[in-house]
Design a protein around this ligand. Structure first.
Ligand code: XIL
Length: 356
């Protein structure tokens, strides 16, 4: 593959660095959550079922089996982000995302790219870019071409711009990308570059808290309209749906329905329901688990209410509680459909009952 090996578009191939096993799984406390018996989620759902993975997860045989049995599509949890791919000197490494892509191919699973442009991630190599040496826009294009091009023909889609809307919904976030390329222009450019790099991949704008902060949802929807009006090649909208068990009922469904209004594909892209973050309700654990199952059901029902061609995928941000990113915040949290031993929970059954 003769792809640029660095921001500067040089053909030197990056040396493969050692994969950082962020979030390597710790033995977790035994969950008391009741489990149920269920057919595999992907055998029930009439749409792709996704899960986030890290390369290190695929070396755990029981987890790898669970992933292959339950999921039809993989989203790298962090190893396709700039934080992983771009080294400080501007060269690229692809060891972990290549391992995830190879696992997907070997097991007949789809691959979903996450994420190209994210305010939260830049790289020293981009920050110190000398305009006299190579233009920022050229390096931005090289990066997107290198990453998207590497998985061309395999990746079914990409989160092109992640979390563009300000936390409170007042406009868009400020970032290195917006400062150098323009608040709106950097997004249009990213979509154009990604389309050039892989014309067959579906391209997404992805964001979170759209169900929690109605103003943020409104700003997100207006941004989609503007991108479409500007001719940006956007194929779909992603709602991460990291929610807490005290999420007001109805808002997840409203969000999914409103996102469907453009006729674009909709991706529930990072679903989990935290018990630990549910501080608004003083509920005991069993009550929180009932709330959690109700939110799983609400999301599944709303997704099923979309026209079939708009159901891009429903992706969980991991399958087993033991690998959840939320465990790092609170080791007692149990946000995912399977318990630490990979057994389906009541939340998974509630979800399955809506899609089957
Ligand atoms: C998180 C991952 O789960 C962590 O492993 C990583 O360290 C940080 O990012 N929104 C996103 C995801 O779009 O990329 C984030 O994933 C969770 C919030």
């Amino acid at each position: 593959m003769s792809l640029p090996g660095s921001l500067y578009g040089l053909s030197r191939r990056s040396l493969l660095g050692s994969a950082l096993a962020l979030g390597a799984c710790q033995p977790a406390a035994q969950s008391q959550t009741p489990t149920v018996s269920l057919p595999p989620l992907k055998s029930i759902a009439p749409f792709p079922v996704g899960t986030a993975v890290q390369a290190v997860h695929l070396t755990d045989p029981s987890l790898a089996r669970l992933i292959v049995a339950q999921a039809s599509q993989l989203t790298p949890e962090w190893e396709m982000k700039m934080e992983y791919i771009v080294r400080d000197d501007g060269t690229f490494r692809f060891e972990a995302p290549d391992a995830i892509a190879a696992f997907a191919r070997a097991n007949g699973l789809g691959l979903f790219g996450h994420t190209l442009v994210w305010y939260a991630q830049t790289s020293p190599a981009f920050e110190r870019l000398d305009e006299g040496r190579v233009s920022f826009a050229q390096a931005y294009r090289n990066y997107i071409h290198a990453v998207v091009g590497r998985y061309r023909g395999q990746a079914v889609g990409w989160d092109v711009v992640n979390e563009a809307v300000a936390e409170d919904g007042e406009g868009w976030r400020d970032s290195l990308w917006s400062q150098r390329l323009g608040a709106f222009e950097h997004m249009v450019l990213a979509f154009q570059n990604a389309r050039e790099a892989d014309p067959s991949a579906r391209l997404f704008l992805n964001d979170y808290n759209l169900e929690w902060i109605p103003k943020k949802r409104a700003t997100f929807l207006r941004l989609v309209e503007r991108l479409l009006a500007a001719g940006a090649p956007i194929d779909g909208v992603g709602t991460q749906t990291h929610v807490a068990a005290d999420q007001a009922p109805g808002e997840i469904a409203r969000t999914i329905a409103e996102l469907g209004q453009f006729g674009l594909q909709v991706h529930v892209s990072e679903f989990d329901v935290s018990l630990s973050r549910a501080q608004g309700l003083r509920l005991n654990r069993a009550e929180l688990e009932r709330q959690q199952a109700a939110l799983y059901a609400e999301a599944a029902e709303a997704f099923m209410a979309l026209p079939p061609r708009q159901r891009f995928a429903f992706s969980f941000w991991g399958l087993r509680d033991s690998e959840s990113w939320l465990k790092r915040e609170d080791g007692r949290d149990t946000p995912l459909p399977f318990d630490d031993q990979g057994r389906p929970k009541a939340a998974a059954a509630a979800w399955a009952a809506q899609v089957g």
